[in-house]
Design a protein around this ligand. Sequence first.
Ligand SMILES: Cc1ncc(COP(=O)(O)O)c(C=O)c1O
Length: 367
Amino acid sequence: MIYINLPKIGEEEVQAVVKVLRSGMLTSGLGAGPAVTEFEKGFAKMAGAKHAVAVNTGTAALHAALMAVGVKQGDEVILPSFTFVATAEAVALTGAKPVFADIDPKTYNLSPQTVEKALTKKTKAILPVDLYGYSADMKPLREIADKHGLALVEDAAQAHGLTYEGKPAGAFADAACWSMYASKNIMTGEGGVVTTNSDQIDETLRMIRTHGEKAKYSSLILGTNYRMSEMQAAIGNVQLTRLDGFVAKRRQNAQTLTKLLEKNNKLTLPYESKDRLHSWYLYTARLKDGAEEERNTLMAELKNKGIGAEAYYVNPVHQMPFYRENFGSAKLPQTDNAAKQVFSLPIHPGVTEEQARFIGETVLSLL
Ligand SMILES: Cc1ncc(COP(=O)(O)O)c(C=O)c1O
């Protein structure tokens, strides 16, 4: 099976973890042992950010960032429903209400126009997602946030390697939240990072990560344990050196697929503009006029041929029982349509040129 995503782990990662294990220092009480500190420095450099705070998952990164910008019970946060559930979960965990807005069907990302319509007096933050590794429309969202005095937190879980006007994810946000889950462009098995240019947000995040403490047994604010271990950071330090190569290979595989699939007029292929480069976390195509069953049949047939195609976010968050029951229904026609028509194909760095061709040709023959 050609899996949809697969971590690429070399001998260097293995040795880095062994070195940590032999050192006996597996974590640090205040969350910043030597490997984590090195990882934070390297990650901040990659993201072009002043600060990077390592945590133990992308979900923790989102929750901690929302807490750090002051989102709390009674507030509303505007976000897309067409995303992994963790984006909305993090809002609900703060006690705030997730308010779902619709997407731009070309990019699958939060549409600034629908965000404006969803604003209320209770809105505290906007939470766009760089879906599939393509940047959200950050400049217009920054303008809306500034005009209304809102925080802008970016879900950059899938964003390692993308650029927006030449800058990495997070450049226009108050805080950006990255995942280092095993499927991501670079990974630490489980893991997450928040990047920010704000000294104050950085300081608050470091406290939230370790029980609200700056010093032991003296909690200053509400916190939790969101620390990253030294083993995870050691893997991350090696993976950071591989990011450019991984993204280049993903791009090459994406180009191979596009060259083959653009011959078929049933498909809409991933959009990329010159000023917004994809991280190619997922190569997501769309059966333009297709019904959901047609997409599902295509995926099942691809799986039969050993191609791990997946449809992500077939149940957008606003349709999930917990969110519908607790936060009410939402009218999101573009989200509902996309969820029925999209499917993603493997392009990770372990996919060879020959396999990429096989994937493209198989899709064409099945269509
Ligand atoms: C868009 C998005 N947000 C949040 C997360 C949560 O990250 P994690 O799985 O590291 O908690 C993920 C991924 O897994 C994601 O894809």
